[in-house]
Design a protein around this ligand. Structure first.
Ligand SMILES: [Zn+2]
Ligand SMILES: [Zn+2]
Length: 347
């Protein structure tokens, strides 16, 4: 039975949908050959960068000579306090409303040439603390229902500035994926009396093949129902609805699990590994999220160094994913990689 478990459908419990695993059509895992030439390593400071310390941004505002994590209001906000309040009413049943909210940028480090996985553990911890504080500040605003923190990394996901940074959108609505997860967690609890994410962690631990890294209180894993070839989650093992609930030790462990995953991502093809990273944090709209388990998700768009996962008929047209790879095989690739970043190897 060569094709066993290579051709099947897997249930995605956090989205409430099927993923078609169709890895029997896939050629073997990438085994060497020509890698695309990695982009030249940028300098630690770039005078043209809008995010480097002391430089003027596009708005003309000058960045401070910051030494650590640096947060500022996005100069091109998609939601903002200045969004037009007086809108034309659309026809018939259509609805609109002002695009109010807050959009911010968070620079991880003053160093232009570093990435999240190259930061030291204490720097990652300080970043998580800064994000926790942003969440508390923005989430306490009466108009804010949710705080979405995300990083787009790499030109294939539209980022041309390599300066390490993420973005925050504080919105008057809950982003769809978080809303769906929260609903499914609530329904699972009503049906079983158990927490859905705890059940996922238990199943991952029982199987074991997709765990990339774990320590006493945090885990990085590729979920059974991964939709992208290298999709991974990082989570605290205990039930916490957000970063603010993690103890100092849990925060340290979480930072380590995050780093261990990111280092493997970059080591996979010895190049900066593109991804979309999103913090899945409980909403701040005042409802009960005691069943929501905080975690970070990574959706990397590449299947191979030169090959994007194209979203087409099934994904864009139909709304369900077709996965061309087997999560157990892809997780194995990541597990086997060294845990020292290739740029930081001793010569
Ligand atoms: Zn920079
Ligand atoms: Zn999630």
């Amino acid at each position: 039975m060569i094709h066993q478990n290579k051709w099947e459908q897997r249930w995605h419990p956090l989205r409430g949908e099927w993923v078609i695993v169709s890895a029997h059509r896939q050629d073997r895992p990438w085994q060497g050959g020509k890698l695309p030439s990695p982009p030249p390593t940028p300098p630690p400071y770039d005078e043209k960068c809008f995010f480097c310390p002391g430089n003027p941004r596009i708005s003309g505002v000058r960045n401070s000579a910051y030494q650590d994590v640096f947060v500022f209001n996005n100069d091109h906000p998609c939601v903002g306090p200045d969004a037009p309040r007086e809108l034309d009413r659309p026809a018939g049943i259509y609805q609109n409303r002002p695009a109010v909210g807050m959009a911010r940028v968070v620079c991880y480090s003053p160093k232009h040439n570093l990435s999240l996985g190259e930061l030291g553990l204490s720097e990652i911890e300080r970043l998580l603390i800064a994000l926790r504080d942003q969440y508390a500040e923005l989430g306490s605003h009466p108009d804010v229902s949710h705080v979405l923190v995300f990083e787009n990394r790499g030109e294939v996901v539209g980022v041309s500035n390599p300066h390490p940074h993420c973005q925050i959108y504080a919105t008057n609505f809950v982003f769809k994926i978080i809303e769906t997860e929260a609903r499914l967690c609530r329904e699972h609890f009503a049906k079983t009396g158990r927490n859905l994410f705890q059940d996922i962690l238990a199943a991952e631990s029982e199987d074991g093949r997709r765990i990339i890294f774990e320590n006493s209180s945090a885990v990085a894993f590729m979920p059974y129902f991964a939709r992208y070839a290298y999709e991974c989650f990082v989570a605290p093992k205990a039930m916490h609805s957000g970063l603010a609930e993690l103890s100092a030790q849990e925060l340290r462990d979480f930072a380590q699990a995050l780093k261990m995953l990111l280092v493997r991502y970059d080591n996979l093809w010895r190049m900066p590994f593109p991804y979309v990273m999103t913090l899945h944090h409980a909403p701040t709209d005042g409802q009960d999220y005691s069943n929501f388990h905080f975690h970070i998700e990574f959706q990397p768009p590449l299947r191979k160094p030169n090959l994007l996962k194209y979203l087409a008929g099934p994904e864009i047209g139909g709304g369900n994913f077709l996965s061309d790879t087997l999560p157990e095989e892809k997780a194995q690739e990541l597990r086997n990689l060294p845990d020292v970043h290739y740029k930081q190897e001793q010569a």
